[in-house]
Design a binder for this molecule. Structure first.
Ligand code: 5GP
Ligand code: MN
Length: 338
């Protein structure tokens, strides 16, 4: 999208937000900082416009994001009585954030069939345009950065709540401004958010220096299982249900492991295989070179970004890791030769 196209599309969305009165915001399963930060940033923007807004997600809020203003307002299906669906009227608008396809939002306690207007706001290249109105800007570091632009477009005041939540979204999706998605515009947004009351030290201290003992024990266990291929360019490790039980860690505490095994000299791609509660294998990919892990994960029904992606597969962890690693090693070295 050119700058003019973005501007036009963003003003279309801004007009819709002004026109309608009732909104429900949702995002993907396995909530991350961008999902939550952009949901809450948009929530406060819509509240400023005098709208009726609810945030509804399938999953619960991970502990490290509990500091965000407004976090206690989020409804999750984990804690929700499924018989009491969130009320929907004919003019209720559903806004889906940070989700490349409809399946990513999981099961939320809503009667989706009643929704007549779905706005899809995302930054994944692979977004399939499932909304009635779609705003997909793959050059944006995060959905938080898009919501910041939307806030400007709406002439809303950048309150401290909006600043903190959107800064959290941006800082987490850019790996603290280190990933390749970090552009000048990302810093421009961050500049305004910090000016408006987001404290980078306090926010990152809360997110990154708030580990539980169980998180570090699980990290230790999984690092013991670390392996690399013969040329040390691909690293991988596993997290089994048994390791989770031994360390008393929750699923959300696996978050930082893959970054550790990507930060090894020469390593270009890191893979984490994890047994989930529901009996599947969750595979996470990270790349710090040219290899596109979004395209790779799509072969297994997943997706994401060129440098960070994932998929979920049913089966045994040893068989799946072998299948995926064989294919990855083959594709990676084939492309390296070209
Ligand atoms: P993570 O490995 O942290 O769960 O996910 C990394 C990135 O890949 C995120 O941007 C996330 O949106 C995307 N991703 C993870 N799992 C899936 C999946 O099953 N399907 C799709 N389409 N994207 C995924
Ligand atoms: Mn994101």
């Amino acid at each position: 999208m050119t700058f003019e196209m973005k501007k036009k599309k963003l003003s279309e969305i801004a007009n819709l937000l002004k026109k309608f009165q009732k909104f429900i915001i949702t995002s993907h399963t396995n909530l991350d900082g961008d999902a939550l930060g952009s949901e809450l940033g948009l929530y406060f923007i819509l509240k400023q416009l005098g709208k009726n807004v609810k945030i509804v997600n399938q999953d619960h809020v991970p502990m490290i994001y509990k500091f965000m203003p407004g976090i206690d307002k989020i409804i999750s299906s984990d804690t929700f009585d499924k018989k009491n669906l969130v009320e929907i009227e004919v003019d209720t608008v559903l806004i889906v954030l940070d989700s490349s396809n409809w399946e990513r939002i999981g099961n939320i306690p809503l009667d989706i069939r009643k929704i007549n207007t779905i706005i899809n706001i995302d930054h994944h290249t692979s977004n399939n345009g499932f909304g009635h109105i779609n705003y997909v800007d793959s050059s944006a570091s995060s959905v938080g950065e898009i919501i910041f632009q939307l806030c400007l477009e709406l002439n809303c005041e950048l309150t401290k709540e909006i600043a903190i939540t959107l800064f959290s979204a941006i800082v987490t999706d850019t790996g603290s401004f280190r990933y390749a998605n970090t552009k000048a515009d990302t810093f421009l947004a961050a500049y305004h958010l910090v000016k408006s009351g987001a404290n980078p030290h306090l926010i990152t201290d809360y997110i990154y220096n708030n580990n539980k003992i169980s998180t570090l024990k699980l990290l230790g266990e999984s690092l013991l299982k670390l392996q690399v291929d013969s040329k040390s360019k691909i690293s991988w490790t596993i997290v089994t249900k048994e390791m989770m039980e031994n360390t008393f860690a929750k699923e959300e505490e696996t978050e930082g492991i893959i970054d550790k095994i990507l930060a090894i000299k020469k390593v270009q791609i890191a893979v984490l295989f994890r047994e989930t509660k529901d009996g599947k294998i969750k595979v996470s990919f990270r790349s710090r070179g040219k290899f596109n892990v979004d395209l790779f994960a799509q072969q297994f029904g997943g997706g994401g970004h060129p440098n960070a992606s994932g998929c979920q597969i049913e089966g045994d962890i040893n068989n799946i890791s072998k299948l995926i690693l064989d294919k990855l090693i083959e594709e990676f070295y084939f492309l390296e030769k070209i």
